[in-house]
Design a protein around this ligand. Structure first.
Ligand SMILES: NC(=O)c1ccc[n+]([C@@H]2O[C@H](COP(=O)([O-])OP(=O)(O)OC[C@H]3O[C@@H](n4cnc5c(N)ncnc54)[C@H](O)[C@@H]3O)[C@@H](O)[C@H]2O)c1
Length: 512
């Protein structure tokens, strides 16, 4: 069977019932990132220096310890051409510093050490810091780096971006990207990557645990035991085998959950705004109301978007079967928690699990109180209601997967220019330049999205064969990748100067 294909944005192909695909595309690679830029085989670590063009005096090349094997067809490790005025690390650390000429990455907020190790092995100079930096610290320290990795506490503001002219890429080692001024970053040609789907499995497993826990009133029995109460009962406690699970939103999490639930003997129905191929024996239903009417357990896995905010209110809970259960591990604003409290207090629902809230405390510790909403004290009194502090995706495995996905994205962008998975850039990629393509160079040109740019760039490249080229735009930003062949070493700087001289130019990099 061929490898599962995914859309560039990680979205599985939608299907219609009349035209089912021949295989079910499970999102193994969360982003669906093809291996194109690295070619059929990843580069292999080697201590031997690579052959590089030497460019004219005054310009720099970055020397990296990573090298591809000299096997025909294997992706060639590319080196960035740097103009003469490019600020190299020796300016900060003095001549002879071991970091001279290496690309430098700053990892903040104690990012998974595996990620740091991966980036070091890929030939980058990595500084790993356990804490978050303030804006002042970033302005002082980040200008020395080509890339930064953060989690949610470090704010990359417009001021920080302005202070860091050589910053090329920001990796958010988390789901959200609110902590970065995405527009400013795009306008400055700084690509931003995150990892929205690395914790899908963790969430799906938590939902399975909640389904069983609710069905057996597990947390209430445990609380009673801690209070010294022996309360052995079977009334109102059920097996989940043979029950119907209704999944709202059949994306990365919903579809994984579907498979797990069927393994427990549940029947799965799902509702999604687009037609999607079912996994296993699951069935898509036509409306949310149909799902609510039929399911014994309803679980939400939709994004927070205008269409989904408040999608579960009093009317929707009334449509659920009496004695059914409700689970929300998606986003807090999707559910009216007052209405949920009423549905539970009236006994219409037999239980619920809530992991996400419209407002959440900023830090661990006391703070889950009525400042976050008037429904909080009510929720705390309701039996068979599992309340968790947004831990759906919080596992060691998910952290490792996030580390791996984002460090790979950083490394790929720096090394070969691919923006697949970027949140603020058009997603562009080209297949690899191989070891056979010795006199090829790759032009990576971030520019303003305005008429005439392609014509101008192609005129500059006209004396060479453009082997492959791909351009896309997102809002005011466009990104062009082009591989040109038969380029003499003396021509590299000239091509760079001509392309980057245009008023539409935001950032031009040449990789060879
Ligand atoms: N609790 C946690 O810690 C945690 C962790 C990860 C993700 N999440 C949240 O889980 C949710 C789902 O994540 P995912 O990775 O599966 O997302 P996804 O983008 O892969 O899937 C979302 C699905 O919802 C569907 N959808 C959109 N609007 C809809 C609507 N109005 N009705 C029905 N379906 C609709 C989409 O078509 C898509 O198939 C997101 O809100 C995400 O933020 C929570």
């Amino acid at each position: 069977m061929s490898a599962p294909q995914s859309m560039p944005n990680g979205r599985r192909n939608s299907v219609s019932a009349s035209d089912p695909p021949q295989f079910i595309p499970i999102p193994v690679n969360p982003r669906g990132v093809p291996q194109s830029s690295y070619g059929p085989t990843s580069p292999t670590l080697s201590t031997s220096p690579r052959n590089t063009f030497s460019v004219s005096p005054g310009s720099h090349t970055r020397q990296r310890s990573l090298s591809s094997l000299a096997t025909p067809g294997v992706a060639r490790q590319l080196t960035a051409f740097l103009p003469a005025d490019y600020p190299l690390a020796e300016e900060e650390d003095g001549p002879g510093d071991k970091r001279q000429g290496k690309q430098r990455i700053l990892l903040l907020e104690n990012i998974n050490l595996d990620a740091a190790e991966y980036l070091k092995k890929a030939g980058f100079e990595v500084d790993h810091v356990t804490k978050a930096y303030s804006e002042e610290e970033l302005v002082a320290k980040l200008p020395a780096y080509d890339a930064v990795g953060i989690r949610s506490k470090t704010k990359i503001t417009a001021k920080v971006i302005d202070a860091c002219p050589k910053l090329l890429v920001i990796g958010c080692f988390c789901i959200g990207t609110n902590q970065v001024d995405l527009l400013k970053a795009a306008q400055r040609g700084v690509a931003v990557f995150n990892s929205p789907f690395s914790n899908s499995r963790s969430v799906a497993e938590l939902v399975i645990a909640e389904i069983i826990s609710l069905s057996r009133q597990l947390l209430d029995r445990s609380s009673e035991m801690r209070a010294g109460i022996w309360n052995k009962l079977s009334k109102g406690c059920w097996e989940i085998r043979g029950k119907t699970l209704g999944i709202v939103g059949y994306g990365h999490i919903g579809s994984q959950l579907s498979v797990l639930a069927e393994a427990f003997g549940m029947s799965v129905i799902y509702y999604d705004v687009i037609p999607l191929m079912p996994l296993g024996s699951a069935r898509q239903v036509d409306s949310l109301q149909e799902l609510l009417n039929r399911a014994d357990f309803v679980t939400l896995h939709v994004p927070e978007i205008p269409d989904t905010i408040g999608m579960m209110g009093a009317a929707e809970f009334a449509h659920m079967k009496k004695g059914s259960y409700f689970i929300n591990n998606a986003r807090g604003k999707v559910v009216d928690l007052d209405a949920l409290a009423s549905a539970l207090e009236s006994g219409h629902l037999a239980g619920a699990a809530v992991d996400v809230y419209p407002k959440e405390p900023g830090a661990n510790g006391p703070g889950f109180n009525d400042n976050l909403g008037p429904f909080i004290p009510r929720l705390r009194q309701i039996p068979n209601l599992i309340l968790t502090p947004h831990i759906g995706g919080s596992t060691e495995e998910a952290q490792r997967a996030i580390g791996s996905e984002v460090s790979t994205a950083l490394s790929r962008y720096l090394d070969v220019g691919t923006t697949l998975g970027a949140v603020n850039f058009p997603e562009v990629d080209l297949r690899a330049i191989t070891t056979q393509d010795e006199r090829h160079i790759r032009v990576c040109h971030v520019h303003k999205n305005e008429p005439g740019v392609l014509k101008r760039v192609n005129n500059i490249l006209a004396d060479h064969n453009i082997e492959k080229q791909f351009s896309d735009s997102k809002g005011d930003i466009a990104y062009l990748m082009a591989d040109i062949s038969d380029v003499g070493e003396e021509e590299v700087e000239n091509i760079y100067k001509q392309i980057s001289a245009a008023s539409s130019n935001i950032l031009t990099r040449l990789l060879y």
